[in-house]
Design a protein. Sequence first.
Length: 598
Amino acid sequence: MAKDTPYLDVQNLTKSFGALLLFRNISFSIAERQKVGLIAKNGTGKSTLLSILTGKEGYDAGAIIYRNGIRIGFLEQTPNFSPDDSVLDACFNHQGDEEKVLRAKQILTQLKIRNLQQPMGQLSGGQQKRVALANVLILEPDFLILDEPTNHLDLEMIEWLEGFLRRGNKTLLMVTHDRYFLERVCSVILELDDHTIYTYRGSYSYYLEKRQERIDNRRSEIARANNLYRTELEWMRRMPQARGHKARAREEAFYELEKLAKTRIEERAIRLKATNVYIGSKIFECQYISKSYDTNVLMKDFYYNFSRFEKMGIVGANGTGKSTFIKMLMGEVQPDQGRIVVGETVRFGYFSQEGLQFDEQQKVIDVIRDIADFIDLGQGRHFTATQLLQHFLFTNEQQYNYVYKLSGGERRKLYLCTVLMRNPNFLVLDEPTNDLDIVTLQILEEYLRDFPGCVIVVSHDRYFTDKVVDHLLVFQGNGKIKDFPGNYTQYREWCSLNPAATASSSKEGSKEGTRSNKAKPATTDVKRRITYKERLELQQLERDIEALETEKRQLEDKLNAGTLTVDQITAVCKQLPQVNTAIDEKSMRWLELSELDS
């Protein structure tokens, strides 16, 4: 077979489950060294398509052709191992090959799997997924097919994997909701939508631009079809039943036109924004709490006073105490020392990693109605259970389906809806982004930006965190927690520009987790104080950043509105990076001055 033959050529592939059509006559190819991202809404067949490509699932029609002799490595969404196998044996049969064992140790260490003799049955589901990922990478296949490779990885692991996949001549097809990962790794985007597939030869940001153009063009076609449809419909009504050959041809064309005219493009015309959420001035206070498990110190004398309307992100490596902190806040775990005092008006909405439990035989709409029939948005506005599900992209048909028919991502989305339907004033979301499609993530980001209460988000999704939070608690390990006044990208930039400060922070006590405007123990460190001129600059920077953030939101709203012409989209796309750069530059200067002012 010729060298320039694609690694994979898919021709007219069709797959359905009973009456449910996933895709029809889709075709695409992947060339050697291409890095391809596959995007689709939950339940439309992403994981099924990968299973078909790797021979684990059958298909109805079409052809799948691989180049002869290539080796394929497949990371499944839920891998299976023998519980008695050791970690090393689960990866590969190394047969005493020291070079392979060394490579395995290196990759497993990067993924924070260190006990190579531990039985797989003793590992958590997330750890098993990391062993499966390591297995795929260790074997160095010619063609990597990865289903949600960033799930169960912390931010440090994700950044390592991102660099690993970008380097060299690897050929890759992957499903992921991590938009920064897509942007930095992939050069081709495949979108599975409306039973067909669209190819975009560029980065994720290029895909967003061209997808919007495609939708705009489709809307124009539908609008023209609707105008013509009204004319043809009048002709159909006037014409007698006995029609000639030309009339019958026109009649057949009419039905094709009718099909196009009645095509619907999903749009959410309203924003789910409550105005009657009330929360008092007392939120919660961590009063010098400590928590350890054996020799693993998660927190030590940690003080924090949470303010109204805060939107906090919690980041850090796996095992540093992020989820434990959340469970202590929710009263599920008790601190070893200290206490957490929660305000009387606080009404939590808690999305946990363990909360995904439903009656399989219940209908989707009944799951929500069992909680409430509607949400009171204030000012006489209500949001019904049906409207909430529609807002999060459950079709009318899906709402009256049984829970057992939902995909894993759709179940996560339904669980999220059950949390929001309780109309909380304080949302606590522990890894809410796992298995959610990108469209749902965008809806959730919009909801959280509009949310008038308090928010805490634990997430490894950097893009999501950047969009939602205004500051971070960084769990650094060994009981050390740092409060950072910015989002994750700003924190990483600050770390790169302040390596000495980052290094010294690892030697300081956990009390640095206190915010600068809140009571904290005195420190003996001596540092330069901010000057009067610098304080004026700091105040001006705050005003400038606020104005730039407003401008950024206005530009993003214009792009999301879907009403711009191609030229207007191009102009906004040029302006938006300039605004982002200005925000980054001013934010970094603000951070430098705020360190002096603390």
